[in-house]
Design a binder for this molecule. Structure first.
Ligand code: SAH
Ligand code: SF4
Length: 368
């Protein structure tokens, strides 16, 4: 077998190489993190961008088998923030110099939801004079809806593929027309066509997910040429069907370790994209996000949802910061990030360098 240092000097990593790298520990693992840190510094600098996360509704029409806010979870109080609460949260982000906000919700469709999101986009843009970048994460929608939201001022969209293995995807979703792998793929294509900076990602450590699946996940992300990625450990939730598979999981610390290696390998594979240090990492390890930043991530999504709603947006158990006011989260994060040798890029949109390059290349092609 090739040694790890040799694999890491290669021009590109094969699936086999990635599988080998995902399995290493100790000194070899440190070599991967070092390489990812070097690549990060060279291509996107040692900066961390903040995206204030507003979880504006936990209503969802879907029943993903892993998710705590799935429609059939009857133990959950459902909420939707009103416009004033959303604008107030966005104002907090703006006044505290975050470059961007993310509006996330369960998946809802229908004209009134689509129009409401458009209206919110306009209001946030008006409030900030267009100086806040807005990301949406509201699930699967038609091309026309994506386009409408783009025209109303959203510039980025997060839609995780969850797993690139269609068989595993089918196993973690109900078998019906609103939970199809191919629809998810089509949505990712529509988002790109509509002009967004496109973000995707996966859950790591799902029941029966193999290292080969995870290597394929990274190659999938590269193949669709994502601009941004958010991926983190799968964490079980009591009130979901997937909970009954909890004995077939890697233990939580192993899931964290694999997730950090996935982040580092993704940075090696895609040097100039934005990679989030996701909150699920912190649910396992209080310093999970800081470790991710040192392994190649460059985005953090501080939760700025009004504190009283946070306990109802429990996608998974042990979600951190559910009782914190946004201002405390900010102070806590500033201290935490200073320990990683990175700087918080306040007042900076932090657009994906990859996206900017992608646009320039497309423009170049059109000129010829
Ligand atoms: N409804 C939208 C956005 C909200 S869910 C959507 O599904 O795209 C956001 C993400 O939470 C999902 O993409 C999923 O990857 C993650 N998630 C849900 N349940 C989870 C769990 N049990 N463990 C880890 N991540 C989970
Ligand atoms: Fe709804 Fe998203 Fe959870 Fe699926 S993952 S149940 S679409 S909130």
């Amino acid at each position: 077998m090739k040694d790890i240092a040799t694999i890491l000097t290669a021009e590109s990593l094969s699936k086999e190489d990635i599988v080998t790298l995902l399995k290493v520990n100790g000194h070899d693992e440190q070599l991967i993190f070092q390489k990812a840190a070097e690549i990060k510094e060279k291509n996107v600098q040692n900066k961390v961008y903040f995206r204030g996360l507003i979880e504006f509704s936990n209503l969802c029409r879907k029943n993903c088998l892993y998710c705590g806010i799935r429609k059939e979870n009857k133990y959950l109080l459902r909420y939707t923030l009103n416009d004033e609460e959303i604008i107030e949260a966005a104002k907090f982000a703006y006044e505290n110099h975050y470059g961007s906000v993310v509006l996330q919700s369960g998946e809802l469709t229908g004209r009134s939801f689509v129009n409401r999101v458009s209206r919110l986009l306009q209001k946030i843009n008006r409030m900030s004079g267009g100086r806040l970048r807005i990301t949406l994460s509201c699930g699967e929608q038609s091309y026309e809806t994506y386009r409408k939201w783009f025209e109303n001022g959203a510039v980025r969209y997060l839609l995780r593929i969850e797993t690139s293995n269609p068989v595993l995807y089918a196993r973690i979703h109900p078998d019906d027309n609103i939970h199809r792998y191919n629809t998810r793929l089509k949505c990712l294509e529509s988002l790109k066509k509509a002009g967004y900076q496109v973000g995707t990602g996966v859950m790591i450590g799902l029941p029966d997910q193999t290292f080969e699946d995870m290597a394929d996940d990274l190659l999938f992300i590269r193949q669709i040429d994502a601009d941004m990625v958010g991926m983190g450990p799968y964490i079980e939730h009591k009130h979901t069907p997937l909970y009954s598979y909890r004995n077939r999981l890697y233990n939580r610390n192993e899931r964290l370790k694999i997730s950090l290696k996935m982040i580092a390998l993704l940075r090696i594979l895609m040097k100039d994209i934005n990679i989030a240090a996701t909150t699920a990492l912190q649910a396992i390890d209080p310093f999970g996000r800081e470790k991710a930043i040192m392994a190649g991530a460059n985005v953090i999504m501080p939760n700025i949802t009004p504190a009283k709603y946070r306990e109802y947006y429990l996608l998974y158990e042990d979600k951190p910061c559910t009782d914190e006011e946004s201002i405390n989260c900010l102070q806590c994060l500033q201290i935490r990030i200073s320990t990683t040798g990175n700087q918080i890029a306040f007042d900076d949109w932090g657009d994906s360098v990859h996206y900017v390059r992608r646009c320039k290349e497309t423009a170049g092609l059109k000129l010829h």
